[in-house]
Design a protein around this ligand. Structure first.
Ligand code: ASP
Length: 311
């Protein structure tokens, strides 16, 4: 069944006028990740590339297009994990980089730490020669409009966030059976300055272990952290549940225990995959055996041939 790439573009409700671009972006990212695997590339390269493309796409709440904190600034979180060694790298509350996922990967590969935050992460980026971008280049008109709307006294930022998310993530299994995950986000809309969410936390925003599988999550970060969503799903898989059963169990638990909604993409070592969510929608796409699957609403699974699409 190997190899496979599954990506998501955030759990929530996608406004009608943005559904098409949301689906197009996840399909493009899944195809690019799969292309790497087809050429013999690694799962970690595939998830990094898929997430980089979605960070560059202003449709999503990651990289360019990130939501703004209460001061109207961009602070981003990202995590990458290699299931072969359990090595991981993360950045939190990082500013002025185009691709936090690539910086997270550098943390994994070039430091002896797992996570760098805020100014320290920016300094590390400079030391690594990662170009600094202007804050304006990461801010879209859409993000500005939502920020302003949520400053109004009657606004409920959590409700509004649950309405329109757009965190991005990917999981993959390569030809050698190695597994990886990557997740990147601008966080929660109008969050406090310095707020760090679930995304850069191992076991919350993602987890990858060649022996069990990999998960990348999206949703209400504080709820995800309370139940350690990704590791909880892998725990259920260790007990014999399929990726789909394990995801449904853990998402139901998060809803019932802490009233949190979210979504996940999951793979197991054989290449069995799932894209599940408790929110109204989640844009997702998966590629395996030259077939591209994608969907946005519950129960959707559209199928296209990868070959046709890439021509
Ligand atoms: N989990 C992200 C966070 O709380 C938000 C999201 O997935 O939309 O930072």
């Amino acid at each position: 069944m190997l190899p496979v790439v599954v990506v998501h573009g955030g759990a929530g409700t996608v406004p009608r006028e943005r559904t098409e671009q949301s689906c197009a972006g996840v399909k493009e990212a899944a195809r690019a990740g799969y292309d790497i695997l087809q050429k013999g590339g690694s799962a970690i390269d595939a998830v990094t590339e898929a997430v980089t493309l979605m960070e560059n796409n202003p449709t999503y709440n990651a990289g360019r297009g990130s939501v703004l904190n209460v001061k109207g600034e961009v602070e981003m979180d990202a995590l990458v994990m290699d299931g072969k060694t359990l090595a991981s790298g993360a950045v939190s509350a990082v500013r002025k980089v185009a691709n936090p996922i690539q910086l997270a990967r550098l943390v994994m590969e070039k430091t002896k730490h797992l996570c760098l935050t805020a100014e320290g992460a920016s300094k590390f980026a400079r030391d690594m020669g990662v170009p600094e971008v202007t804050e304006e280049s990461l801010i879209t008109d859409y993000a500005k409009m939502r920020w302003k709307k949520n400053l109004e006294p009657e606004a409920n930022p959590v409700e509004s966030q649950m309405g329109k998310m757009g965190t991005v993530g990917a999981v993959a299994v390569d030809k050698e059976g190695n597994i990886a995950c990557a997740t990147s986000t601008g966080g929660m809309i109008n969050k406090m300055e310095g707020r760090v969410g679930d995304t850069p936390c191992v076991g919350c925003g993602g987890y990858a272990d060649n022996k069990i599988g990999a998960v990348s999550s999206t949703g209400h970060g504080e709820a995800i952290m309370k139940v350690i969503l990704c590791r909880l799903i892998l725990f259920h898989m260790e007990q014999g549940k399929s990726p789909q059963e394990a995801s449904d169990l853990a998402l139901a638990y998060m809803k019932e225990r802490v009233e949190g909604l979210g979504g996940v993409v999951v793979v197991d070592p054989k290449g069995t995959w799932a894209a599940r969510f408790s929110s109204l929608q989640m844009a997702w796409a998966a590629v395996q055996q030259d077939q591209l699957h994608y969907g946005l609403y519950h129960g959707e699974d559209f199928i296209e041939s990868v070959q046709e699409q890439t021509q």
